[in-house]
Design a protein around this ligand. Structure first.
Ligand code: ZN
Length: 285
């Protein structure tokens, strides 16, 4: 017998994904945690005919990354799929821990790397869409932060679905109306193996504060959904009024992927990190 949690999660994922244009091949980013592990499971139950490729990025954050990869492998295996793993250290010669020496506030650099690499891998795999497991609270935190910090450009760019643009693969967030608690219940209900440990580099303190604020403002899920819908409408209005210029995209001079600057931030940072590590190595001789 299906539980109410399962019904709700499936229905919300279906309602969201049905808004996307037709697609056949989807990359699902698997971190090894409960959110992406549950997304893979729900998506395959709701869309058994779609082609799914689970992709994991091993970022080289010591034992945490090793455990994350192990859990992502278990989740893919449970789904009967082969996991594609990109190991940052093997592919690029440095880890996020190395990058942290140059960028002490490495979380935003790491986030940018993940977005860039997921797109590049999905483009090379000829995928139609990348699905990530950001949930309701993730979006509420992000949008609330934008409003309170007058980050109107970020808010205007906010979308739960991004269509394909040149070599930037379409992106969807099927869990945008599913709260974290429901996802956790779903993961337990379905016996999905997942790593509960959080990244040791840590989430930013201000993100945690915003998260607590969201819980104070909206104790019930229906309130969270209402705030989500209001903030989404505000973002759409900001976008459509034309008052906020959207950056023009052109191919990166180094990798060719569309970016808002001459050299994309990924290529620029990789170059800086490698030069820094070379200098460090030379100094140690
Ligand atoms: Zn580039």
């Amino acid at each position: 017998m299906k539980s109410l949690t399962e019904e709700i999660v499936k229905r919300r994922v279906l309602t969201e994904v049905e808004k996307y244009p037709f697609f056949q091949k989807a990359v699902i980013a698997l971190s090894g945690g409960k959110d992406s592990g549950s997304l893979l499971h729900v998506f395959m139950e709701v869309y058994p005919d779609k082609e799914v490729i689970p992709v994991h990025l091993n970022l080289g954050i010591g034992g945490f990354s090793e455990a994350s990869e192990r859990f992502a492998r278990m989740q893919a295996e449970k789904a009967g799929l082969q996991l594609v793993v990109f190991n940052l250290e093997k592919e690029l010669g440095f880890s996020i821990m190395d990058a942290k020496k140059l960028y002490p506030k490495v979380c935003s650099v790491c986030g940018g790397f993940k977005r860039y690499l997921l797109n590049r891998i999905s483009f090379e795999l000829d995928a139609d869409i990348i699905l990530t497991a950001h949930h309701l609270e993730d979006f509420l935190v992000r949008m609330l932060k934008s409003v309170l910090n007058a980050g109107f450009e970020e808010l205007a760019r906010f979308k739960t679905y991004l269509p394909r643009k040149g070599n930037l693969v379409a992106k969807g967030r099927p869990f945008c109306r599913v709260s974290e608690n429901l996802i956790a219940e779903y993961a337990f209900l379905k016996g999905i193996p997942f790593l509960s440990e959080k990244c040791p580099i840590g989430r930013k303190e201000n993100v945690e504060r915003f998260r607590r604020t969201v819980e104070i403002l909206a104790r019930r899920q229906s309130q969270k959904l209402l705030y989500f819908s209001s903030l989404t409408k505000l973002a759409e209005k900001l976008h459509s009024c034309g008052a906020i210029p959207m950056p023009e995209l052109k191919p990166c001079s180094s990798c060719g992927f569309l970016a808002s600057s001459e050299t994309c931030s990924f290529c620029a940072r990789v170059r800086k990190i490698k030069a820094f590590l070379d200098r460090e190595k030379a100094a140690s001789f």
